[in-house]
Design a protein around this ligand. Structure first.
Ligand code: ATP
Ligand code: SF4
Ligand code: MG
Length: 327
C-alpha cells in the first residue's frame, strides 16, 4: 500500500545569530528525517524539547521550507510551495497546534472562522455554508447555540474543538497535530484525544501526532518515531516502543511511563545537558548522556538500521548485535 505521506531525508536548517560580533551558527533542527504515514494511521513523534518535532511538522506541511529532502503526498512529489497545485494539495493537509487561542481570530464568532476555509477554497455554495458549519460543529461536539460565540467565551477544550472543526472543513486526508492537548486540563485532554481518534476512524485520516506526553502518544499512536537532536533514533509500533524499546534514549524516555509486561522496571534518569542542536556532540549525539556508551560511540555515527518486525533504531550496539538493550 502506498503511504499517503512520505518524507525522504528532510533537512531544515536555522541560522541563529549569537550576538552582534559572533558569526551566525547553523542549526540542523531536522537532520535527514525519513518517514511514512498511511491513511487511517497515526504516527506519534516524541522527543525532548528542542529535538525538532515542531520543525519537522512544519516542514512536512510545507509551512517551513526544507533545505533538503523530499515530501511525497499520495505517491507524488509535492509541487513547489506557493503554486496553485501546491495550494490545492496543501488544503488536504491541516495543522492543529497547541494554542487554539493563537490559531483563532478573537474578533470573529467561531462559526465564521469554521466557515472561512469553505469560502476561501470555494468548497460549498455560499447559501450552504451555514449548514456545513453546523455539520462541522456537530462533528466535533460543539452545540449549535455556540455558533455566535467568540473564542474568549469558550473553554480551552471547546476552542480546540473549533480549531479541529476548521481544520476538517477542507476534508483533509492528513492532520498534523502538534501538542494538541498539552495546553488543556488533564480531564479535557482525553475528550479531545478521543475526538481525534473518532474523526480519524470516520474519515480514514492519516495523522502525525507530535507530543512530549508519552501517555497520550501511547493511547493514540499506531507507530512512534523517537527524535533526538533532529534525527529519528528509533521507530517502531507503539507496542514495541513502550514494551520493548531498543534504543537507550527510548528506554530512558519510556521508563517514565509504567507499562505492564515490560522488562524495563525502574525509571532511567538521564544525566547531562538536554539536547542543544547548536552544540551537536560528535559520533552518536546521545553519547554524553547514554548509560550504555562505549568508546566508539564518541566517533562513529550510528545509522538508522532496519530491524525485524518493521522497526528501526540507530545505535552502535545494535549494529554489532552485541547486547539486548532492555535490562
Ligand atoms: P518543544 O518540545 O519544546 O516544542 P520541539 O521538539 O518542537 O521542541 P523545535 O521547536 O522544532 O523543537 O526546535 C528544534 C530546534 O530548532 C531547537 O533548538 C530550536 O531552538 C530551534 N528553532 C526552532 N525554531 C527556530 C527558529 N525560528 N529560529 C531558530 N531556531 C529555531
Ligand atoms: Fe548509546 Fe552508543 Fe548506542 Fe549512542 S551508539 S545510543 S551512545 S550505546
Ligand atoms: Mg514543539
Amino acid at each position: 500500500m502506498t503511504a499517503l505521506l512520505e518524507a525522504a531525508d528532510l533537512v531544515r536548517v536555522y541560522e541563529v545569530q549569537r550576538g552582534l560580533l559572533a558569526k551566525p551558527a547553523f542549526v540542523r533542527a531536522v537532520d535527514g528525517v525519513s518517514l511514512a504515514v498511511s491513511a487511517g494511521e497515526t504516527l506519534g513523534i516524541v522527543g525532548e524539547s528542542g529535538s525538532g518535532k515542531s520543525t519537522l511538522g512544519r516542514v512536512l506541511l510545507g509551512i517551513d521550507p526544507a533545505a533538503g529532502g523530499q515530501v511525497l503526498f499520495s505517491g507524488k512529489p509535492m509541487p513547489a510551495r506557493g503554486t496553485p497545485e501546491w495550494r490545492k494539495l496543501r488544503a488536504q493537509m491541516q495543522l492543529v497546534f497547541q494554542d487554539p487561542l493563537a490559531a483563532l481570530d478573537r474578533r470573529l464568532p467561531i462559526a465564521e472562522q469554521i466557515g472561512e476555509p469553505l469560502i476561501i477554497h470555494g468548497l460549498v455554495a455560499k447559501a450552504d455554508v451555514k449548514d456545513r458549519v453546523s455539520e462541522l460543529m456537530a462533528a466535533v461536539g460543539l452545540r449549535r447555540d455556540q455558533a455566535e460565540r467568540y473564542p474568549h467565551e469558550l473553554s480551552g477544550g471547546q476552542r480546540q474543538r473549533v480549531v479541529i472543526a476548521r481544520a476538517l472543513a477542507t476534508e483533509p486526508k492528513l492532520l498534523v497535530c502538534d501538542e494538541p492537548v498539552s495546553a488543556l486540563d488533564v480531564s479535557i485532554q482525553a475528550q479531545v484525544v478521543n475526538l481525534l481518534r473518532d474523526l480519524q476512524d470516520r474519515h480514514g485520516l492519516a495523522m502525525v501526532f507530535i507530543s512530549h506526553d508519552l501517555k497520550v502518544v501511547r493511547n493514540i499512536a499506531d507507530r512512534v518515531a523517537v527524535m533526538y537532536l533532529g534525527r529519528i533514533v528509533e521507530e517502531a509500533s507503539s507496542e514495541d516502543i513502550f514494551v520493548k524499546p531498543l534504543h537507550p534514549y527510548t528506554q530512558a524516555l519510556v521508563s517514565s511511563v509504567p507499562v505492564p509486561g515490560r522488562r524495563l522496571k525502574s525509571r532511567i534518569i538521564l544525566q547531562g545537558e538536554p539536547p542543544n542542536p547548536a552544540k551537536r556532540p560528535s559520533g552518536c549525539a546521545f553519547h554524553p548522556r547514554c548509560p550504555m556508551a562505549q568508546p566508539p560511540c564518541r566517533t562513529s555515527i550510528p545509522a538508522l538500521r532496519t530491524l525485524e518486525s518493521k522497526r528501526a533504531a540507530a545505535c552502535l550496539l545494535l549494529d554489532r548485535s552485541e547486547v539486548p538493550l532492555v535490562t
